[in-house]
Design a protein. Structure first.
Length: 105
C-alpha cells in the first residue's frame, strides 16, 4: 500500500490535467489527511498522469505491460510491439524516461 499526503496531492493537482485530483481520490481510501492506494492502482495512476511518481521499476513495468496487453499493436502476447524492436518488458518498460511509441504510457 502507498500512503500519500492529501496536501501533497492538492499541490500536484495544480500542474496536472483537469480531473486529476478527483480521479486519484476516487481510486483509494482517504483517512486522517492521507490517501491510501494499492501498489497496482498507484502504478497505473503514475502511468496515466506521469509526474514525479516514486515507485519501484517493477510496478511501473507491470502497469505498462497491462496497457500493452490491451493494445492492438502488441505482438507475442505483449512482450513485443510493432513499433519497438526487441522485448519491451524488462528495461524498456521499467525506465521512466521511455515512452510508448503510440503514446499510451
Amino acid at each position: 500500500m502507498i500512503k500519500l499526503k492529501l496536501t501533497a496531492l492538492e499541490e500536484a493537482a495544480r500542474s496536472r490535467p483537469a480531473g486529476y485530483l478527483q480521479e486519484v481520490l476516487a481510486a483509494g481510501r482517504v483517512e486522517a489527511g492521507f490517501l491510501w492506494l494499492s501498489d497496482d492502482l498507484y502504478a497505473s495512476l503514475c502511468v496515466r498522469f506521469g509526474g514525479d511518481c516514486k515507485r519501484p521499476a517493477s510496478m511501473l513495468a507491470r502497469a505498462r505491460f497491462t496497457v500493452c496487453k490491451a493494445c492492438s499493436h502488441s505482438r507475442e502476447q505483449a512482450f513485443g510491439c510493432e513499433f519497438h524492436r526487441g522485448c519491451c518488458f524488462g528495461q524498456w518498460r521499467s525506465n521512466v524516461a521511455n515512452k510508448c511509441p503510440k503514446g499510451k504510457w
